[in-house]
Design a binder for this molecule. Structure first.
Ligand SMILES: Cc1cc2nc3c(=O)[nH]c(=O)nc-3n(C[C@H](O)[C@H](O)[C@H](O)COP(=O)(O)O)c2cc1C
Length: 331
């Protein structure tokens, strides 16, 4: 049965691209969409930044038609600011608004935003209600199991947020104090899903990095869809590989180096288009090693890719990587 958020039809068992600061920007989203991501989110956007009209926050509002369905994710600690930010974000015309109650990093969580709201469910509920009332769009939430081992309150959180009108919930199977350590625990996610009072889609998140896991955890944890973050960085093919397996029970071959070059090049070109040459070149540097993980002799190419400052030179190195591969294949 198709999963729906409001009027958005996500198909059966959707795969979501996780919101990731400094990663899930429009160029990265382009290659993930090409590879089959069913629902994507912007990087998180500060509600304070939005209402102050800060350039960095505004730029993150850029969304494109081909990205739909797309959610804009916001975070903040003040309810009125969140309400106002919701109105601003809604005017841009996304398909939904997502609230971040999961961010563990100090300068977010210690300022009363992100995962910190897991310590104050009354405030979290009031904030969510304010956001739901401030927009005509569906509102979703992304959060964690709880603040720490002693306060895993996601079961209650899910009920209370559903009661004030959220239309889907993505749960990262860690607590705030775990940050990114240890293994994600999906058992509590399953408990939330099994709660007969919970009717909204529940998406599982955390540590899905292979077709095998995506297949096994779909069955084991009974979620409505899976959200993938880190495993997609430099490997957007993960969406298409998992989908193919779900549809056919067969594994797709890993992308060839020619495909890696082509997708990395698209990502690079989109970065230049959207960010301009200087920032596009600079910010693309963090991605190369991920695109070419495991290929022999990549180090020398990487050194070039992260130091060159001209678009043409970078294209030439990408050409070289492709040619080197063809030579090795023939040899
Ligand atoms: C670099 C990075 C940036 C992230 N930024 C955000 C963010 O902006 N909003 C958010 O809700 N989660 C953010 N996260 C958390 C991810 O969305 C996701 O919950 C987490 O990485 C676990 O999923 P994974 O194991 O599939 O990566 C970020 C994670 C990483 C690694």
């Amino acid at each position: 049965m198709a999963v729906r958020i409001g009027n958005i039809d996500l198909g059966e068992f959707p795969l979501l691209l996780a919101p990731m600061e400094d990663v899930s920007d429009p160029p990265f989203r382009f290659v993930c969409k090409q590879s089959g991501a069913d629902l994507m989110y912007t990087e998180f956007i500060s509600s304070e930044g939005l209402i102050r009209d800060a350039a960095k926050s505004r730029q993150k509002l850029d969304i494109f038609e081909y990205e739909r369905p797309i959610g804009i994710q916001i975070f903040g600690s003040d309810i009125d600011t969140m309400r106002e930010a919701t109105e601003i974000a809604s005017q841009v015309g996304p398909d939904l608004i997502d609230i971040n109650y999961g961010c563990p990093v100090k300068n977010v969580a210690c300022r009363g935003a992100g995962a910190s709201l897991l310590q104050d469910i009354d405030k979290m509920t009031a904030m969510t209600k304010a956001v739901v009332e401030a927009t005509h769009l569906p509102v979703t939430v992304k959060t964690r199991l709880g603040w720490d081992d002693n306060t895993k309150n996601i079961y209650e959180v899910a009920e209370r947020l559903q009661d004030v009108g959220i239309q889907a919930l993505s749960i990262h199977g860690r607590t705030r104090s775990q940050m990114y350590k240890g293994r994600a625990d999906w058992q509590l996610i399953r408990e939330v899903k099994r709660n007969p009072r919970v009717r909204i889609p529940i998406f599982g998140n955390g540590d899905v990095d292979s077709v095998e896991k995506a297949a096994a955890w779909r069955m084991e944890y009974e979620v409505d869809g899976i959200m993938i973050g880190r495993a997609s960085i430099g490997y957007p093919w993960i969406f298409r590989e998992i989908k193919h397996f779900y549809q056919t029970g067969e594994y797709l071959p890993a992308p060839t180096i020619a495909e890696r070059v082509a997708v990395c090049r698209t990502h690079f070109e989109k970065s230049i288009q959207w960010k301009g040459e200087k920032t596009g070149i600079f910010e693309m540097r963090r991605h190369y090693a991920n695109y070419f993980k495991g290929i022999p002799h990549f180090k020398e190419y990487r050194t070039k890719l992260v130091s060159l400052t001209s678009v043409a030179d970078i294209h030439a190195v990408l050409d070289e990587i492709g040619e080197q591969f063809v030579m090795e294949e023939v040899a």
